[in-house]
Design a protein around this ligand. Structure first.
Ligand code: SF4
Ligand code: SF4
Length: 56
């Protein structure tokens, strides 16, 4: 599994990218992109997201 990011609510702060220890998040044209093969569902990005737009 992998987290899902609601880019409509994303503020493009990119805090999630630097928080992900798995390197599963990268910066795309419209916001962070999740690599489902790398995401371990640890939830760290969910906790740090100020927009609360990342869900499991
Ligand atoms: S932490 Fe949340 S608001 Fe910031 S870039 Fe990531 S998904 Fe968007
Ligand atoms: S749940 Fe964990 S592994 Fe998956 S994208 Fe967020 S911080 Fe990275």
């Amino acid at each position: 599994m992998a987290v899902k990011i609601n880019l409509d609510d994303c503020m493009q702060c990119m805090a999630c990218i630097s928080t992900c220890g798995q390197g599963a998040l990268t910066e795309g044209d419209k916001g962070p992109v999740v690599d489902a093969k790398k995401c371990t569902d640890c939830g760290d990005c969910i906790e740090i997201c100020p927009a609360n737009c990342i869900k499991k």
